[in-house]
Design a binder for this molecule. Sequence first.
Ligand code: NAP
Length: 295
Amino acid sequence: MTAKIISGTETAKQITAETCQEVAELKTRHGIIPGLATILVGDDPASHVYVGRKVKMCQDIGIHSERYDMPASTSETDLIALLAKLNNNPQINGILVQMPLPKHIDESKIISAINPDKDVDGFHPTSVGRMVVGNPSFLPCTPRGIQILLERSNIKTDGAEVVVVGRSNIVGKPIANILLQKAQGANATVTICHSATRDIATHTRRADILIAAMGKPNFITADMVKDGVVIIDVGTNEIGKTADGKRILAGDVDFAAVKEKASAITPVPGGVGPMTIIMLMSNTVKATKMAHGLI
Ligand code: NAP
């Protein structure tokens, strides 16, 4: 069997078109322009690239964007003061603080200082609590992107054995919680593996859907999966550079070998990655509609 390739690039394009349409309707019918503030502290080159892409995406789809670049020496107090201002700014519907923050800033304190109604990253404890109990919430962008990718690829999660490898707060734990809900596009039997799991392969071989989110290049090999498995590879690992300095990326799954056993698989790049950023835009539009009583 050679797997069907699940293209995040294609699905993200469709959702971008839908989100553009929503933004245009908000403007023409209600005179509302959604607003997203992005905050970057320090000069981590990867973070600069990620924030730049988010700002560009806002411009492309008609979302008002405000970018705050702050020096690495910024104090926790100053950052919280900026958040308080943005929390009270009616032109700003979503606030994104790019992680990681410099070591002297407590990330959880910063996340908690964002108004939950503007928490478009879905990391605020209020959003996490709502997600876990199954109440309407902002879902974190990468896990929500994975759920939509499964739905739009007609992959049934209902009753499926889903194995997630990785338990981070941004990918592993939320995707497990989302797919566990008694809801459409979820309702799976979920197992979470991590670095203390004994004999990971006994778990991964049971998976109908395997979600790899470890950050370990090519860790999942063909002998660790069953025939017909669906693979969602979240891993984005730089394994080198091309002669002209471009990053060479590998997922957490040995793509070449595993695609011969799987029924469907996401590539890296072009799989989960493109979904993450459009989900941020989609959450910003949702926050805008909520702020104006439209949903
Ligand atoms: P993370 O915070 O480093 O978490 C990694 C998780 O994997 C941890 O729970 C860790 O276990 C587990 N793990 C590490 N080595 C393992 C091993 N040998 N066996 C079993 N479990 C192991 O990483 P993350 O932020 O979730 O990101 C994971 C990957 O996804 C990275 O490559 C990242 O770049 C990528 N990513 C991609 C996107 C996207 O949009 N495409 C978004 C986010 C992340 P412990 O908890 O026991 O340490």
